[in-house]
Design a protein around this ligand. Structure first.
Ligand code: SF4
Ligand code: SF4
Length: 370
């Protein structure tokens, strides 16, 4: 298992990180999974206050001498913070759940525009600094869902030691994107990739045309192998999380990561991934190329970002995270489709002849639908 220096934290992490959101129901199976991973060389475990009983299960699994081998990363439920003292109250609860007296990497969870405002309002940065002083946490980090622009703004507003972003073969240009990941890495932060398979949807419900394409390619690999390979080829991606529920899934993932090397994708391989993405994009709701010629809208509507999310939801037929980005980031920033007054200024600039005001209405309905 490839190991990396984890940004400026001084930690050494395996490139494969275990996402702990989907642990097995039984504690003995969780123990087996976690300890198998640790014995194999995996040491990064990503959980959160909000992941049901995940912290409790991880805490139990790390008993019997395993705790000191693990890097525990867990997250504060930022949306439930209503005063400064709440931050430490939740952290203390997490320490009890995890049966530990410190958290290696502590994240403010899912910073989009709404949650970011909340941490500014309740002084989340002071909280992180104080908890480091008290020894309750070792490193300060955040996970992110929002636009690339917002990612850079949040990243530059504090001395973060790690940033966790969504990235996969479909999301190179979505949210923080590959550009955001590289940005954080260049500034010395560790980076963690989440949603490498978009919650599994990428390999569960994909067009059959993709199998035809992969079968014709000289190097035979499954879509899951290509998806992980594309990620571990990126040298700025320090740890790549994968959430597994069974030992078999873990072993399958580890076998793929055994071949993990930087820059392992040839030009032809990258072209193949582009073709795969192109097939997914045929499911797009709208032919927007994100050229930005329709911008700026005098009423603040972020047309290309809204259409990206609209297409992303259409591609995966109900992607929860895209809706979250819209509701928690785009709308609170004053850039939602509901701001459109149908003035038509944007329409004349669109080379794709998209009826922008009409499509914005549809996008808004889909993105605010549960
Ligand atoms: S039609 Fe709507 S989105 Fe386009 S410029 Fe006018 S207000 Fe903005
Ligand atoms: S001009 Fe048209 S294609 Fe370009 S970003 Fe705007 S809506 Fe999309």
């Amino acid at each position: 298992m490839q190991q990396v220096e984890f940004g400026k934290t001084g930690l050494i992490a395996a490139r494969f990180g275990l996402g702990c959101m989907r642990f097995p129901k039984r504690q003995d199976e969780t123990n087996q999974l976690v300890r198998y991973a640790l014995d194999y060389g995996v040491n990064y475990f990503d959980t959160a206050y909000i992941y049901k009983d995940s912290e409790v299960k991880l805490g139990v699994a790390l008993q019997d001498g395993y705790r000191h081998k693990a890097i525990i990363a867990t997250k504060s439920p930022v949306w439930d913070i209503t005063k400064y003292d709440d931050f430490e109250k939740y952290l203390d609860e997490e320490l009890i759940r995890l049966k530990t007296d410190y958290i290696d990497v502590y994240l403010l969870h899912s910073l989009g525009s709404k949650n970011y405002e909340s941490i500014l309002k309740y002084d989340g940065f002071t909280f992180l600094d104080k908890m480091i002083e008290k020894g309750k946490i070792r490193h300060k980090a955040f996970s992110f869902h929002g636009t690339n622009e917002l990612f850079k703004k949040i990243f530059d507003s504090y001395d973060w030691e790690m940033a966790q972003v969504q990235l996969n073969i479909l999301d190179e240009f979505q949210q923080a994107g590959l550009d955001g990941l590289v940005y954080a890495h260049k500034k010395g932060a560790a980076t963690v990739v989440m949603e490498p398979l978009r919650g599994g949807h990428l390999i569960m419900n994909y067009p059959t045309e993709i199998d035809d394409l992969l079968e014709k390619y000289p190097t035979k690999r499954l879509l899951i192998e290509w998806a992980f390979r594309w990620l571990y080829s990126i040298k700025e991606a320090d740890v790549i999380l994968s959430g597994v529920s069974t030992l078999k899934q873990l072993q399958q993932n580890l076998a793929i990561f055994e071949q993990g090397e930087y820059d392992c994708m040839s030009k032809e391989d990258l072209l193949l991934i582009k073709q795969v993405r192109g097939i997914f994009e045929k499911r797009n709701a709208i032919n927007c190329t994100s050229c930005g010629y329709c911008m700026p809208c005098p009423y603040g509507v972020n047309i290309p970002e809204i259409f990206k999310l609209y297409n992303s939801v259409a591609m995966m037929s109900n992607h929860f995270i895209d809706k979250l980005v819209y509701k928690d980031s785009i709308i609170p920033s004053g850039n939602g489709a509901e701001k459109c007054v149908e003035c038509g200024i944007c329409k004349v600039h669109c080379p794709q002849a998209i009826d922008i005001p009409e499509e914005l209405k549809k996008a808004h309905a889909i993105l605010t639908d549960r």
